[in-house]
Write a new protein. Sequence first.
Length: 271
Amino acid sequence: MNLNDNKQLGSQIIDKAIEMGAALAGIVNIEDLKKSPSHKISEKLADFGGVGVKDVPGKKRGQVEWPDNAKSAVVIAVSHPQDCPDMDYWVKGLKGGTKGNAQLMATFSKLEKWLETENDIHCMKIPYHIEHGGVYMKDSAVLAGLGCIGKNNILITPQYGPRVRLRVMLLERDLPSTGMIDFDPCKECEEYCKQACPQKALDKKIYSATELGQKELPGRTGIYNRVQCNIQMEKNSANGKDVEIEGSDIMGNEVRFCRRCELACPVGKSA
């Protein structure tokens, strides 16, 4: 299959993913993804053990291990409107952890069946956590053409702003990246995200291009403190409450993580 055929197949996969429930979708080639900022910087940053990071024996926290047969990936997003906060309530014991993630997983299950039966493309559904076999999803989304990284250090899409949830599935087919889009709403922004942060995680420059040997930095210019951000996440975790899980006899613990920098962003609010 030549390059044009692969591009056409990639477009078909994107259309099918949206047909099956994704709000946005794109393709990223694994070789491009390996060169992305988060994947390069993870080797250089000090060890971090905050919320969302797992301890796995024999693995460095934050370091990606690439499957040999992974050649490209599909990246999908679902919209997470402000008036549907429960989409991202993290519930221990709930399949997928959140309702939004369950929605993403359901879309990928349908897409995987179509790819494998109709196109003979083997798929690898990967977990959320890096240490369990995941990849950096924000970088994946940028290279797949879904949006850009904002000054709040999260993905911002033209359609929905930062109010989306992401998931990635690896493919054995060598498909080209959709490619980055010409979109940057942060240039002239009044930094509402910075003003909204309860832990002032966007107030001080932490990383430098000289120290890390690359231009692309967290928070775009190195102004992002994940330790401070994690303080808020730890507070949220400590305030989790017991809830019933629909269709189950067990109780779950529901955590409502902070979204203030996300909800303060004006981009995509009309959606």
